[in-house]
Design a protein around this ligand. Sequence first.
Ligand SMILES: Cc1cc2nc3c(=O)[nH]c(=O)nc-3n(C[C@H](O)[C@H](O)[C@H](O)COP(=O)(O)OP(=O)(O)OC[C@H]3O[C@@H](n4cnc5c(N)ncnc54)[C@H](O)[C@@H]3O)c2cc1C
Length: 275
Amino acid sequence: MSAQFSLEFFPPRTAEGVEKLRAARRQLSQLRPSFCSVTFGAGGSTREGTLSTVLEIRGEGIDAAPHISCIGSTVQSIRAVLSQYRESGIRHVVALRGDMPSGTVDAGEFRYANELVAFIRSETGDWFHVDVAAYPEVHPQARSANEDLSAFKRKIDAGANSAITQYFFNPDAYWHFVDAALAAGIDAPIVPGIMPIGSFTKLARFSDACGAEIPRWIRRRLESYGDDVASIRAFGLDVVTDLCERLLARGAPGLHFYTLNQASLTSTIWQRLGL
Ligand SMILES: Cc1cc2nc3c(=O)[nH]c(=O)nc-3n(C[C@H](O)[C@H](O)[C@H](O)COP(=O)(O)OP(=O)(O)OC[C@H]3O[C@@H](n4cnc5c(N)ncnc54)[C@H](O)[C@@H]3O)c2cc1C
């Protein structure tokens, strides 16, 4: 497999957001990504927005993969989403469990992402290339690192083709995870997820929620810049470009950028890497 460089967007909720994303994509499409993926709100809350964003991207001549999350969903509703994707000619999905929105109690008919992957394969055979999520720093709800690795292996054994990781800033965590996966018999490509740094408060909030660690030296430097956005972005660009360089130099199979629907940080890192 040649290295795969991809971009992730979320479906905008407002007409203004749709326009902003179009403008960001005009800039980012010049980078010629391998594909773009579009997130999916738990319980199907963004279902139409995910599909329409994917179709717009495909209309612009770039391959696009919708995410699909299963928690809180019925078999019937997932079947309907899969048929809609298939009828639209989509051949690549990112299959996730998702997180229950707070206050919801009905987990639905799927408990874990491996059940979704197995369902996709039983319903649609090899139609879709299926990506799943992986967690080099361990998913926050996992009982242990080993159990999390076993959960990852179940997704691959159920038929996933490749994986995209949660973001991380410590490359050792990634390589340790890749080595442990190989030792467990997983040879599917595990593409590092990359989070550009544009704001310390947002990054800290996301990282607390998803269990990604901001190393102390990075946190302390970012804190020291206060409201000085230019310094945060300049430091963030250096840190994240260096991380990407180190990952690629050691043979990572590509990079997946969490763009947060913004073009400038991702395209600067991409250009600095000479991709
Ligand atoms: C690349 C990427 C893209 C994402 N896109 C979206 C998106 O579009 N929409 C969205 O809502 N969320 C998205 N997420 C977030 C994701 O939905 C959450 O991280 C979610 O909490 C876990 O999803 P998963 O598919 O990894 O779940 P799973 O692989 O099912 O794992 C979830 C947890 O359950 C544990 N587990 C698995 N099987 C078992 C078992 N049999 N018994 C006990 N424990 C088990 C695992 O160890 C883990 O702790 C994304 C995450 C990543 C990394």
